[in-house]
Design a protein around this ligand. Structure first.
Ligand SMILES: Cc1ncc(COP(=O)(O)O)c(C=O)c1O
Length: 421
């Protein structure tokens, strides 16, 4: 008899112990225990993150880089240690650099504007160049490219999804050409949960000579992309979607690509020398980090990355995928409910519509039962319009959510529909 090999199964999460680490979850809303299912918008923070930030604010708080005094040096060390932790977390290689931002939106604006600011001589984007953006994107990965196209005279092409919201490599192959300068795509669509074949698409675009941009906002709390394994010039994500603080985020990417960006934030801390009529910008990463950064936030974000790794990436992924599968099965069984992208089994969120009922009404009735979900276009209006089903209700899962909460969601939707119909 030959060897029988089993794929290692991720350890199941100890949910009561994990939930105890999230103070905000220990409350009732409208008399019912809070079921927080809006994690695609913002996740909650564990004690490990709160404690790390408190330690910084009560012990090391000072401005960085500019001080010779002890606190300033400690704060600088904390900031740079946070950068190193986050680089490891996303699998950055020696060719990569990581810049702190206020979130995904700032990171994507830094890329899209940085590629043409500073005058046409240095600009990567010029008139008649082509920018390809996937049709699954959050507005944060669309509007900056619309703006860049208008500012430079470049053309914006959209890689359109099919009727089910899937992207196809054959469609991308048709769009790529000698004028393609940028390709921007999400690692996970926040409105539907669709997980496009982004690794393959980034590779195709890089081969065509484009700079490649990955919006990893929905992927960093589970299914974290590994930068060194991707043909990715720029990757953006937010701290508040990965158990970290609000107002924090990252722009990571290839050093050579980041060098192409004209900085958006001009001022202190991003210069080598300054005269009254000119300045020499500093090397990366300081060059793109003008002004006083959110040092406490960076410390918290690094603590969030460590927390995810302590819990275990594979275990988190398996857990949220199972919750989604449970929710898809339960909600699809309700008469008149249509789940968008039910095939996206490796997503951590699901979106649905209910015949004749507006999602805002469903969301309001769920809130009355202590269940927090998000409703509307989810800042992805072109995709929602393309799918033609109207605004949706979205439930999104994190490592602390339970099967019991999903049952409450399913029962809550059924009850809401009874009332509203
Ligand atoms: C896929 C995606 N991209 C970008 C963003 C914008 O993130 P932030 O508001 O943190 O800048 C979001 C937020 O929902 C998102 O889901």
């Amino acid at each position: 008899m030959g060897d029988i090999r089993f794929a290692p199964q991720p350890q199941a999460l100890d949910l009561p112990a994990l939930r105890a680490q999230f103070p905000v979850l220990q409350q009732s809303v409208h008399g019912a225990p809070l079921a927080y299912l809006d994690n695609g918008a913002t996740t909650q923070m564990p004690l490990a993150v709160l404690d790390a930030m408190r330690q910084f604010e009560t012990h090391d708080r000072a401005n960085i880089h500019r001080g010779v005094h002890t606190l300033s040096q400690r704060a600088t060390d904390d900031f740079e240690a946070a950068r190193a932790t986050l680089k490891r977390f996303i699998g950055a290689g020696p060719e990569h650099e990581l810049v702190f931002t206020s979130g995904t939106t700032e990171a994507l604006n830094t890329i899209a504007q940085g590629l043409w600011l500073g005058g046409p001589k240095k600009a990567w984007l010029r008139a008649d160049d082509e920018i390809i953006v996937s049709g699954l994107e959050h507005h944060a990965n669309l509007i900056p490219w619309q703006h860049a196209a208008t500012a430079t005279g470049a053309k914006l092409l959209v890689l359109r999804p099919d009727a089910q919201g899937r992207l196809h490599t054959a469609d991308l192959a048709r769009l790529l050409g000698p004028r393609t300068r940028v390709f921007a795509i999400t690692a996970g669509a926040n409105a539907t949960g669709e997980r496009p074949p982004y690794a393959e698409m980034l590779r195709m675009a890089a081969q065509a000579g484009a700079l490649t941009v990955l919006d990893a906002a929905q992927a960093v709390s589970h299914a974290v992309p590994v930068l060194a394994q991707l043909d990715c010039d720029f990757m953006a994500f937010s701290g508040h979607k990965m158990y970290g603080p609000m107002g924090t985020g990252v722009l990571a990417g290839r050093h050579a690509a980041l060098e192409r960006l004209h900085p958006l934030r001009l001022g202190g801390d991003m210069v080598e020398w300054v005269k009254y009529d000119s300045a020499c910008y500093a090397a990366l990463p300081a060059r793109l980090e003008g002004g006083t950064p959110n040092v406490g936030g960076a410390v918290g974000l690094a603590a969030a990355a460590r927390f995810i790794d302590q819990v275990g990436r594979a275990a988190i992924d398996a857990h949220v995928h199972a919750l989604r599968a449970q929710a898809v099965a339960g909600l699809s069984a309700i008469e008149g409910v249509t789940v968008l992208a039910p095939h996206a089994t490796d997503a951590a969120l699901l979106s649905f519509v209910a015949r004749d009922v507006h999602p805002h009404d469903i969301g309001t009735l769920l809130d009355e039962q202590g269940i927090a979900v998000r409703t509307g276009h989810h800042c992805a209006q072109p995709l929602i319009d393309h799918l033609g089903l109207g605004p949706t209700t979205r439930a999104s899962f994190a490592l602390y959510n339970t099967p019991d909460e999903v049952e409450r969601l399913i029962a809550g939707v059924a009850r809401a529909l009874e009332v509203l119909r």
